[in-house]
Each structure stands twice: as C-alpha cells, then as structure tokens.
Write a protein that binds this ligand. Sequence first.
Ligand code: DAH
Length: 349
Amino acid sequence: MKEQLKRLKQEFQTALEQAGDSKTLEELKVAYLGKKGRLSGLMAELKSIPPQDKAAAGKGINDLKQSLQAGLEAKTKAFAQAEQARALDAEWIDVTLNPADRGLGAFHPVSLIQRRLEGLFTAMGFQILDGPHIETEHYNFEALNIPAHHPARDMQDTFYFTDGHLLRTQTSTIQIRGMEYLKPPLRIIASGKVFRCERADASHDSCFHQIEGMMVDEDISVAHLIYFMKTMLTEIFEKEVKVRLRPGYFPFVEPGFELEISCLICDGKGCSVCKRVGWLELLGCGMVHPSVLRSGGIDPQRYSGFAFGVGLDRLAMMKYAISDIRELHNGGLGFMRDFTLPADLAFRR
Ligand code: DAH
C-alpha cells in the first residue's frame, strides 16, 4: 500500500505540473479525488488489508488526499491570479487620459444646415416628412407634371434600374407623397439625398442634398412664399443677403421663380462657383401647379399652395465659403474640422 501511495503521489505531481489550464485541473480533481477516483479505489482496498496495517494505510491515504487537495488548490489559485492579471492588462483604462484628445464628433456642414432649417420650419408649424431614394417615374416625374417626353427630363437625367425604378432627382417627390399622406391645410418639409447623371465640377456632383418645402391651404399667395423664403435665408446666413427673384420654369409650379443670391464667395464679383456672373441660383420655387395639386388628390379650385426646393450643399458652400462641392463629399476629416461645430453647439439655435 505504501508503495502504491507513493506512486500515485508521483503520478499526480507530474500531471499537476503539466496541467496548463483550469479545465485540466478540474479533470485531475475528478480523476484522483472524485467518487470513482483513484483515492476512492484505494479506500476500497483497505478492506483487504490486515487489521494491524489498516490504521497506517488509512492515515497514509488521508495524508495523500490532503496533499493532493493542497496541490490542486494552490495551482487553481495561481491560474485564477494569472487570469486576472491578463484581464487587467488587456482591459486597462487610463482614467486620467484627457478626453479632448480623443476627438469630439461633429456634424457635417450639410447636416448643420439641414438641422437648422428643420428647426426653423418646425417652429413655424411645418411637419418633417421623408421619402425613398429609389423612386418610381410617377413620383419623380409624371405626378409633378413632367410626362415621359417632356424636355425637363433631359435636365434631370438620372440612374435607372432595369425594372423602371430610378434614383430620385429631386426631393419634390415628397410634394406628391405628402399630399397623399396629409390633407390640407398642410405645411411640410423634406430633406435628403438626390441623384443625377452629372459630370462633377466645382458646383455639381452626381449625388447631393436638397430640402423641399410645401404649404397648401385656402388663399396661399406669392406673398406667403416670399415671406418664408426671406425668413429661411435670414436664418441661414444670419445677415441680410442680396436676393433677386426671377421668373423660372419648373413644370410643377405656375408661376415659377428662381431665387438668386449675390455670390458670397466672391461678393458678387464673379468666380468659378457663380460661373463668373456674381449671382448664384439658390433655389427654385413657385405656386403649385393645379395639375400637381390634382395628382396629390387636392382640389385646385379650393386650395392653392407654394413650394420650394433648395440645394443644401449649395447653402453650406455659401454659408461656410466652400468653393468646391466635392470637398463636401470626399470625407476629408481635416477639411471637415474647419467647418463643423461640435455636436452640442449644433443643437443650440
Ligand atoms: N426640384 C427642383 C430642382 O431640383 C427645385 C424646385 C423648383 C423645387 C421649384 C420646387 C419648386 O418645389 O417649386 O431643380
């Protein structure tokens, strides 16, 4: 028995030394100290030992049991400590680190303008609506009084899907969706990305942003339109800007206007952004065409309305004196940092 105990101890020692993780330790525990383990086997053999040797053998087994337990415990503890040290090392946080060095998030100039206008218009009772980028010809053209063979489609060439859908060229789609969704009196704005098959230059890109607005009620006139446009531009530029309203043709309004502002990049002298004319077409607007009202299920005999559409990128370029629209879309962080406000400031109006 003595020999057996000695061998078992040695075996265990070797196994313990080789154990590399706590799972192996658990297996060792079961194999040696478990109910059907090696020590229980020895206990069972006690029966067949001569009475005079029993006490010594029993003590031997117990001593061995204690020594195995102590060995296991020590190693388990060592593993736990090593595990904790590893976790502390990996999940280490320097609470003294200056948070300013981590780069505070900021809004893109286009988002700043969008939020500002959404804030202004909701304060004036307008509702914010949204619409899909992938549109049908109906919402993008037909319902807006631009039938299939209308030359206005040429100016808004876009990307078509094989099933007839297209990437919307204008947020004016929301005029129709809005009229279908709400009954007059209605005041809505909608902003988002629009797409055109366009060659990129300082003032054009194949994807840009617009905000659309529409107000429909009884007795809405051009006076309402002018009031809201003036309020909008004062809000954006925070100062008096020179504007001019010229007749403009958009199939979905009658009369239609082009609102132009004196170029803020060159102060009206002429530059690449304003194509050397000193004026920059900022937005299209007008009185909603009767057939557009009808497309939206609204009786043009009873109701009238105005609508406008503005390029948000263009507003951002004017506001922050950015001379190339591509700067707004290429994701350059260095550039953005010069124009964006920290998120908390952007929310304050
Ligand atoms: N959708 C026009 C464009 O993308 C802009 C526009 C013009 C919108 C006149 C309007 C409007 O709502 O009345 O060029």
